[in-house]
Structures are given as structure tokens and as C-alpha cells.
Design a protein around this ligand. Structure first.
Ligand code: PLP
Length: 448
């Protein structure tokens, strides 16, 4: 009643006065309180007004096993009571050792080592610093440029953020731009002018080849890519693109880093998508989010053992990889990741695979709406892109961003959307059922 309302107002006030939220505009920085979520269960969350909403984006593509899983909560409590923390500098722990073995078993052949981090940004940062370190040790300190793509998102630390290529992300921010080369976004819906759909893959591969020739393979250390670009708008690249880029990397001794922060842990129906979905064998895979279904901040980098072996055999065995985080290999994070992996292996991956066809076709049907230019996706990730008209396909822009407007309408109808300028991204918990997918699509249709 009145007391609960007063307490809620107090929380809003505290947030407005003291909380700085991610991605704020400077006009409201440190002075806003976004809609508060009070609870969650399964694919639903409850907001401060008591409304139950389908969690369309699964938090931030991370609550893969769904909210309020007792078995996940219990394993965290039990681990905290057993051993809540140990220094990864001087010691190790059982959950970290067990998880490493399980992850190595799921990763593409040869990716048999893992370095744990606190999330996705620190995983990407770790992979890049490892590349820099390895090339220093190998006596080729010039080979450190990083190739990324327009539209990409890789994180919010200095170097990982420097790879980002989404509109507006760099406008007011500094970065290590001189260390990064960005290629064309592999978005079949928005190709460069004059490039036909059938020629697009060749175009992208030729562009990378050009960069290698112009810049010089001896200066390029790594290529980093999300197999399916996530927050850039769920960009599924043309068939064969990833494998052909991988081959160019191999020929030129450039490390291929697959950023699977979103695509791993069931989002595309497998623990890792690289090999099983795309036939890829990256040198490193970064992961986070779904590894704990968002119950604990954890990430990591799968590293090919061969790369470590090279370092052990180099002339500089005394060189130190001076990199590590207080919470690398956190026992509570690794314990919940193990339990989460049990859930995935014991039916959740299979469920995700079996339901993704229905998910994609239900959303694809929204292309009937005049505002919708394209619906695209893969597995349990999809994007609805709104356009001004379907001849120009120009992004639809209104006074208030279209995505936000759709999100507002959908929230009134019981669905949380992830708005991205003129796009709505959907990536629900993998536990979603057929009828819940129908509910989601119906609300989205009405909202749009
Ligand atoms: N890489 C990808 C592909 C992501 O989508 C994200 C986050 O959204 C990150 C990296 C950064 O992860 P985090 O926010 O956990 O640092």
C-alpha cells in the first residue's frame, strides 16, 4: 500500500541522486532513475509497478537459463559457504579446475586452456593483451594492429571499446584508434552502394585482403569478430564469410579471435557456436554473459594450447604476462557456471535448438508490417529493423527513437524490448516455450 509506494519513491530518489547508469546522455548523467525491476521468474520480470513483463532481451543477452533458478542460487550459496574466495595469483580452486576441463571439452579442438575474467570487456581485453604480449616475446613487436568491423561491439574498457563500430559509440569518446583498422560491416541488408547480394561475400574478403596488403601482414596481430554481431543489430554474415576470413588470418599469421560473449552458452544452440554453427576454429574465443546465465559476473578466454606452447619454447621464457584480475577464477562464479553447464547439457541446448525455428518464423512474420524493413536472426537472437519506407529502406527516425517508442508500447502490453535506435533486438531466455514465443510476437506486433 502507501508504505510500499513511499519506499519505492525513496529508491527512485536515491537512484536519481547517487546512481550513474550505463550509456547516459550528458544532459541527464547522474540525475536519472530508469525503470526499476523488482523480481524475476522464468522468462518474466516484474517492474516496480507490479507489471509482469516477458524479458525479451534476457537481461542483456545473458539470463539464458531464466530467472529465479533455485539450483543456480543454491550452488552459489553452497560455494560461498565452502570457499567464498581464493587468490588466483597463488592458489587455485576446485570449481575453476572442473570448469576449465568442461569448457575445453566443448571448445573447438585445440582450444584447451582458459583464462577467467570478470565479464566480456575484460575477456576481449585479455585476448588482445595476450596477442600483444605473445608478439613481443616472439620478437615481432610491430605485429599488433587489430582488425575489427563497423557495427561491432566488444566492450567498454579502453582497448576493447576502441574496436567498437556502432553508430554514436565513438562520437564523444577517446580510444586507441591508431591501433585498430575497421572493415565494412558484413550486413547483407545494408551493403555498400553498387555491391550486389551475390558479390557481397567476395567484396568483404577482398577488402580484408587489401588491408593486409596495404598495411602489411607483419603489422597485423589479430582479427576480432562476433560470429553473429549482437548489439550492432543481429548481423548474420554471408555464408562462408567467417571461414574465408579465418583462412586469410591463417595464411598471414593473424590471430582469429571469435568474440562469443553473446553467441555462446546456448544462444545459437551450442555451448560454443564457432565450430558447430560456422565450422570455425578460432585461435581464441572470448565468452561471458550466458556462462553463468547472468547469476554471477564471469567471463573468459579460451586459448589454443599451441599458442602457450610457443611461448614456453621461446627464447624469452622469463618474460611475464603481467595480466590478471582479482576475480579471475572466482570460485562462486565457476561453481554457478558448472551448474549452468549441467542445465545446458541436460536439455536446455536441445530445447533452444528445437524452438529456434518457431522463434525466427514468428518474428519474421512481422515483415508484413509497413514499418518493418527486415527481420533477421539466428538461433534465439533476432532483430526487427524499422525503415522509413521499403523502397529506400532508410532507417526510420522519429522525434523519439523508434526502438524506444516500441519498447514503451510493448512494456504497457507486457514485453520488455531492447531498443537500438531504429531496431528492436530480441533474445529471450532459452527456456521460452512455443506459446510464450507467440505471446512475445503478438505483443511486438501490436507495439509496432
Ligand atoms: N563482446 C560482446 C559481443 C558483447 O555483446 C559485450 C556486451 O554486451 C561485450 C563483449 C562486453 O561484455 P561486458 O559488458 O560483460 O563487459
Amino acid at each position: 500500500g502507501a508504505m510500499a509506494e513511499e519506499a519505492a519513491d525513496e529508491l527512485t530518489l536515491l537512484a536519481e541522486r547517487h546512481l550513474v547508469q550505463p550509456w547516459p546522455m550528458s544532459g541527464s548523467i547522474g540525475a536519472e532513475a530508469r525503470g526499476r525491476i523488482e523480481g524475476g521468474e522464468g522468462i518474466y520480470v516484474t517492474d516496480a509497478a507490479g507489471r509482469r513483463l516477458i524479458d525479451g532481451p534476457a537481461g542483456m543477452w545473458c539470463v539464458n537459463a531464466g530467472h529465479r533458478r533455485r539450483e543456480l542460487a543454491e550452488v552459489m550459496a553452497a560455494q560461498a559457504m565452502e570457499l567464498s574466495y581464493n587468490s588466483p595469483w597463488y592458489t587455485t580452486n576446485a570449481p575453476a579446475a572442473l570448469l576449465s576441463g568442461r569448457l575445453a571439452g566443448h571448445a573447438p579442438d585445440g582450444l584447451d586452456h582458459v583464462f577467467y575474467t570478470t565479464g566480456g570487456s575484460s575477456a576481449v581485453e585479455t585476448a588482445l593483451r595476450f596477442m600483444q604480449f605473445a608478439n613481443n616475446v616472439k620478437g615481432r613487436g610491430e605485429k599488433k594492429l587489430i582488425v575489427s568491423r563497423q557495427g561491432a561491439y566488444h566492450g567498454s574498457t579502453y582497448l576493447s571499446a576502441s574496436l567498437n563500430g556502432r553508430p554514436r559509440d565513438q562520437d564523444w569518446m577517446d580510444g586507441a584508434g591508431e591501433q585498430v583498422v575497421k572493415l565494412t560491416c558484413p550486413n547483407p541488408f545494408r551493403r555498400p552502394e553498387g555491391v550486389a547480394a551475390v558479390a557481397f561475400c567476395d567484396y568483404l574478403v577482398a577488402e580484408f585482403k587489401d588491408v593486409i596488403e596495404t598495411v602489411g601482414a607483419e603489422r597485423i596481430g589479430a582479427f576480432v569478430a562476433e560470429p553473429v554481431m549482437a548489439s550492432g543489430g543481429v548481423i548474420v554474415p554471408p555464408d562462408g564469410y567467417l571461414r574465408r576470413i579465418r583462412e586469410l588470418c591463417r595464411q598471414n599469421d593473424i590471430l582469429f579471435i571469435a568474440d562469443e560473449v553473446v553467441t555462446a552458452f546456448g544462444r545459437l544452440g551450442h555451448v560454443f557456436a564457432s565450430q558447430e554453427v560456422f565450422g570455425l576454429d578460432p585461435d581464441m574465443i572470448t565468452f561471458a554473459k550466458g556462462v553463468t546465465s547472468g547469476y554471477f559476473p564471469l567471463g573468459g578466454v579460451m586459448i589454443a594450447g599451441r599458442l602457450l606452447e610457443e611461448l614456453r619454447r621461446s627464447n624469452h621464457s622469463e618474460a611475464m604476462f603481467a595480466h590478471g584480475l582479482t576475480y579471475s577464477s572466482h570460485p562462486v562464479g565457476c561453481a554457478v557456471a558448472l551448474k549452468n553447464l549441467d542445465l545446458l547439457e541436460d536439455g536446455l541446448l536441445e530445447h533452444a535448438r528445437s524452438i529456434s525455428g518457431h522463434f525466427q518464423s514468428s518474428l519474421k512474420a512481422l515483415e508484413e508490417l509497413p514499418l518493418v524493413g527486415e527481420v533477421r536472426g539466428m538461433g534465439l537472437m533476432a532483430c526487427v529493423e524499422c525503415v522509413a519506407d521499403r523502397v529506400s529502406n532508410n532507417p526510420l527516425t522519429l522525434d523519439l527513437e523508434v526502438g524506444k517508442r516500441i519498447d514503451n508500447h510493448c512494456q504497457e502490453l507486457g514485453l520488455l524490448v531492447r531498443p537500438l535506435i531504429n531496431m528492436c533486438v530480441m533474445s529471450p531466455p532459452l527456456t521460452i516455450s512455443t506459446s510464450q514465443i507467440d505471446d512475445m510476437a503478438a505483443i511486438l506486433r501490436r507495439g509496432i
